[in-house]
Design a protein around this ligand. Structure first.
Ligand code: BGC
Length: 419
């Protein structure tokens, strides 16, 4: 394969990504914590101490910098910052100020996500993401958080994968809230937080088309609040983008899914400073919805097809429709074979290079994830990290891919196949 040296733009963001609930540990005031602990839960295990990053952030950020990265994308936790309606925790905000300051000490640009799936219990129990007023509440929290942290934020993402629920639903997944085998679990979780089960609507579990509309409104209000806050950081939204590929007879269905949970968000992103592209694989669409992986194609620990080229397709599509710069806010692979991780990222980065070569404004690439962390319903089994975490001692150990990608980040260049 002929390659040539490709140099990325000088201020390209080379990072890794995590989310509060997946790495911090002890996120006990969040809706997901309750859902994890009630019998009958679809979560194979609770998040528990996660990677204890709430206490170990300084070591993790130093490690990231030593490896060669210049960016860290992480989320701040609404459930800690606003534990009760209108009650803001100065201590929690100060904690995140220290995390941000630590990034700056190590010359790491902090990319801060304000919502990454989890919400405070009180939000989820009072209409949650099915309810428009959650959009206003979210914007108020963003405004308060940015007033405290804004001068240290490098880049802000309002919501992580604001289209994911709708996307999964249109691919054929039933919202957990409506799954007959989960009704008791869900009602008990609502009871434990003192909510009426009908008003309990955690993101990704609730009526997904209602949640989609709340998410769109929440982004609009939050972006406005962040733009008028202290600090001059770019603001955008992050989307879950499968590369939608129509199989014979699936064209209409593919177009419908694309319109309802990709295009509508691209259009919403038009006034933003960037769009966050998050891609893991392609999704094959038949006349009735998603099809299983194609026979013979390698699959990952998530059961996804090994399809690194999906990233290039989605960067091109997002840039063409949203017409704003792109940051790859997540791309990665759950695998226990680190050489397959390197191959996946190598091919994905080749695609990023081709996009830049063609004049698309791509500002950064964040690998998901820095650490082997809490992979939601799948618990700690699928390992996405560049860095392994000992579940007993929390000791971190670098995988070869950490050094490999860190070296690329430091050089800002790859030997690329640009055809
Ligand atoms: C999410 C992450 C998740 C990752 C891997 C994305 O959908 O933003 O929280 O861990 O994919 O599944």
């Amino acid at each position: 394969m002929p390659t040539e040296r490709f140099t990325f733009p000088a201020n390209f963001l080379w990072g890794t990504a995590t989310a509060a609930h997946q790495v911090e540990g002890g996120n006990i005031n969040s809706d997901f914590w309750v859902l994890e602990h009630v019998p009958g839960s679809p979560f194979v295990e609770p998040s528990g101490d996660a990677c204890d990053q709430y206490h170990r952030y300084a070591d993790d950020i130093a490690m990231l910098a030593r490896l060669g990265f210049n960016t860290y994308r992480f989320s701040i936790e609404w459930a800690r910052i606003e534990p009760e309606p209108g009650e803001f925790s100065r201590a929690a905000l100060d904690h995140y100020r220290r995390v941000l300051a630590c990034c700056h000490e190590h010359k790491i640009t902090p990319v801060v996500t304000f919502h990454h799936f989890t919400s405070p219990r009180w939000v989820a129990g009072d209409g949650g993401w099915e309810e428009k007023k959650t959009a206003e509440r979210f914007a108020r929290y963003c405004e308060r958080a940015a007033a405290h942290l804004g001068d240290l934020i490098g880049v802000a993402c309002t919501i992580n994968e604001a289209n994911l629920g709708a996307y999964q639903y249109l691919l054929g997944a039933m919202p957990l809230k409506l799954d007959p085998s989960r009704l008791e679990w869900f009602a008990e979780a609502a009871r434990r937080i003192g909510a009426d089960p009908n008003r309990f609507a955690p993101y990704l579990m609730c009526d997904q088309m209602k949640a989609r509309d709340t998410m769109l409104e929440a982004h609009r209000l939050a972006a406005a609040a962040l733009k008028s806050s202290r600090g001059k950081f770019p603001v955008g939204i992050c989307l879950a983008l499968g590369d939608l590929q129509a199989m014979p007879g699936g064209e209409q269905r593919r177009d419908y899914i694309k319109a309802e949970c990709q295009d509508i968000f691209y259009e919403a992103a038009r006034g933003d400073d960037f769009i966050g592209v998050q891609t893991y694989t392609r999704d094959r669409i038949g006349p009735d919805g998603a099809l299983p992986p194609e026979a013979g194609v390698e699959t990952t620990l998530m059961g996804y097809e090994f399809w690194p080229e999906a990233l290039e397709a989605n960067i091109r599509q997002a840039a063409a429709i949203a017409k704003v710069p792109v940051i790859v806010t997540e791309n990665g692979i759950g695998t226990d074979k680190d050489d397959r991780r390197i191959e996946y990222v190598r091919r994905a980065l080749n695609g990023v290079a081709r996009c830049i070569r063609d004049g698309i404004d791509v500002h950064g690439y964040c690998y998901w994830s820095l650490l082997d962390n809490f992979e939601w319903n799948s618990g700690y089994r699928p390992t996405f990290g560049l860095v392994a975490v000992d579940r007993e001692t929390q000791a971190r150990s670098l995988k070869p891919s950490a050094k490999w990608l860190g070296d690329i980040a430091r050089a800002g260049a790859i030997d690329a196949d640009l055809r």
